[in-house]
Design a protein around this ligand. Sequence first.
Ligand code: FAD
Length: 368
Amino acid sequence: MDVAIIGAGLSGLSAALSLERYGVKPTVFEKEASVGYKFFNTEAMFSILNRPSKDCIEYIEKEVKVKLEPIDMIDKLTIFSKNSKGSIEGEIGYSNIRGRTEKSYEKQLESKLSAKILFNSTEDYAYICKNFEKVILATGDGEYASRLGNFKSDLTCTIKGAIANGAFSTNTAYVWFDYDLIPKGYGWIIPYSDKEANLVIAYPDYPNNIKLDLDYMWKSFCDVVQRTLNQSLRIDEAFEITRYMMGVSVRPKIDDTYFVGNCFGALLPGLGFGQFASILTGAYAAYDICNIGKYEELVKPLYETYNHSLVLRRYLESLDNEKLDAAIRSLDNKFLDGIIDKVCNTNTSLDILKILTPLMRVATLKNK
Ligand SMILES: Cc1cc2nc3c(=O)[nH]c(=O)nc-3n(C[C@H](O)[C@H](O)[C@H](O)COP(=O)(O)OP(=O)(O)OC[C@H]3O[C@@H](n4cnc5c(N)ncnc54)[C@H](O)[C@@H]3O)c2cc1C
């Protein structure tokens, strides 16, 4: 069977590997000269946000038959707001590298693939459709899906990041929610060694935010981070992404075209996590092609997660700094601490996002 995959990112490579496992040799088209983002980035996969997985790496190994090598387990997440601080401890998830370095998740997947990737591809969807029986759209955004009238865009955001040189612990990540600093958005640090980390800010492109001065915001954020962590950081290799699309496909498959990864709606609007669902959707599309499962059925829980995450986004946006302070302070409340520890434990698949969705809906309405 002639199967084309457009895009050799996480979802496209996961699809390619899964097809090969069942004896189908795909043709993979990649527009760049290599797999991986042009910039170096440390990302995270949080098991607590990707239920039913108890441990997202083990879950991927079981579902996709690929063992990914993360950097480390993140067992502490410290969250700052304007005037308070709280932390979550437990087996929260894993950090990993993205980009063109050897250990990035894309490079790990590519190294297991037999099929040749056609780099620097300029072939478009219409051409590929005419020449292949099945097409997997894995381009990392909703553009093609939008053009086909199959994408509900919920927001776009602006992202700026860089490498920060300082002193870190690879199992501790940090997040900042301060809407004076980053309106309706957030900033974070995920370390990839004890000396280097990625420092990133992201905020939605709402009309009021379009007027913001990104460089000024970035500088202010870097100052706050250095003050809060009580260290001076050397900031290198900055990157910027504009209008990064967050949305979801209306249908996961139309005729013989499969929408996977961010084209499907893997990127969760709540906090911007998309790796887990990208890898799964790629594999699920392959399973459908190989008659092992039905794509529409396999992705049903991922649509649900997307919708819960959208509720989280709207809830976060309905808060102000005072409410953020109160919410973040409560994380260190003795009673909540015990519950959070249980939720983060790898022995549970408790879906906290799903449980909190009705409460967040009510709170969002109240906050308006
Ligand atoms: C700065 C940043 C930080 C992030 N942090 C996290 C995080 O901490 N945790 C998390 O889970 N997720 C995070 N994400 C989201 C996550 O990276 C994505 O959801 C995930 O990579 C999407 O996988 P994908 O396969 O859909 O796309 P990608 O992995 O982006 O791959 C798409 C590929 O398609 C190629 N392509 C595009 N168009 C064409 C075309 N026309 N023809 C051929 N090839 C094409 C691209 O060059 C690329 O190689 C982050 C994203 C960004 C940008």
